[in-house]
Design a protein around this ligand. Structure first.
Ligand code: NDP
Length: 299
């Protein structure tokens, strides 16, 4: 079997169009412009690239982008003071603090200082609790993007066996909660799981969020299963000396011969993450103003 390739780039484009249309309606009908504030502390080059691209896409869909670049030695008190200002700024509907933060800053403390209603990353402990208890919350962007792709491909996920490999707070655990919310039977696997191959072979939906290049081979994939590869790993290029290339946690070449559908890396889950950040910002703006939320853009 040759799997259908789930095109995350194309899907993310569709999501951004939906977001853009909703932003236009908010402006026309209510005089509202959703605003996203992104806070970057320090000069991590990868983080700078992410922040630039978030800012660019925010503006492209018609929203307001507020970038706050702080020096690496920013004190916790100064960072918390900025978050407090953003929490109280009515033009700001979403706040994202780019992680990782420098070592001297306590990420949990900083994230939990964000107003949960503006926590568009969905990492605030209140949002984690709301998601865990099946209540309306801000949902972490990467798992939200995975869920959207799965719903688009399958329609209903009810009764499917889902295996999530990885139990991190930003991907694995919220992904499992979302799949449970859609009535999948969910297994969470991790580094201590026994006979991981056998566990994976039980999956109708296999989500890999590990951070180990191509560790899941095709013979761990049940024929016809849907494979969502969250992993982003940079490895030396096999043919071009000195160059690198990106691969996922799944061995794409062998898995695509077995799976029913699969996301590629790059061009799968990655582009959906920023699209979902924009979607969450519109959702936050609607909720803050007591307006109807955009359909299909939330969990
Ligand atoms: P973490 O390092 O926080 O978590 C990795 C998880 O994988 C852990 O739960 C760990 O288990 C598990 N794991 C590690 N080794 C094995 C193994 N041999 N067998 C089974 N499980 C294992 O990673 P993240 O969740 O933050 O990210 C995972 C991947 O997703 C990374 O490649 C990251 O770059 C990518 N990513 C992609 C995003 C996107 O936009 N596409 C966004 C966020 C992440 P244990 O808990 O037991 O240690």
């Amino acid at each position: 079997m040759r799997a259908k390739i789930i095109d995350g780039k194309e899907f993310a484009e569709r999501v951004r169009m939906q977001v853009g249309a909703h932003v236009a309606r908010l402006k026309d009908d209510h005089g509202l412009t959703p605003g996203l504030a992104v806070v970057l502390v320090g000069e991590d080059p990868a983080s700078e690239v992410y922040v630039r691209s978030k800012g660019k896409m925010t503006v492209e869909v018609g929203m307001e982008s507020f970038e706050h670049k702080l020096p690496a030695d920013t004190s916790e008190a100064d960072l918390l003071a900025l978050i407090d200002r953003l929490n109280n700024d009515p033009a700001v509907h979403g706040i994202l603090v780019q992680l990782p933060l420098p070592d001297h800053l306590d990420s949990d403390l900083v994230i939990n200082a964000i107003n949960p209603a503006k926590d568009v990353d969905g990492f605030h402990i209140s949002n984690v609790g709301l998601l865990g208890t099946g209540q309306k919350s801000m949902v972490p962007c990467t798992p939200l993007g995975c869920l959207m792709m799965l719903r688009d491909h399958h329609g209903s996920l009810s009764g499917m066996n889902a295996v999530v490999v990885g139990r991190s707070n930003i991907v694995g655990k919220p992904m499992a909660q979302l799949l449970l919310g859609d009535s999948c039977t969910v297994t969470i696997a991790h580094s201590r799981t026994k006979d991981l191959g056998e566990v994976c072979r039980g999956a109708d939906i296999l989500v890999a969020a590990v951070g180990r290049p191509e560790m899941i081979p095709g013979d761990w994939v049940r024929p016809g299963a849907t494979v969502i590869d969250v992993g982003i790993n940079r490895i030396p290029h096999p043919e071009k000396e000195g160059k690198t290339r990106l691969v996922g946690d799944v061995d794409f070449a062998s898995a695509k011969e077995v799976a029913g559908a699969i996301t590629p890396v790059p061009g799968g889950v990655g582009p959906m993450t920023i699209a979902c950040l924009l979607a969450n910002t519109v959702t936050a703006c609607c909720r803050a103003n007591g307006l109807e939320e955009p359909e299909g853009l939330t969990a």
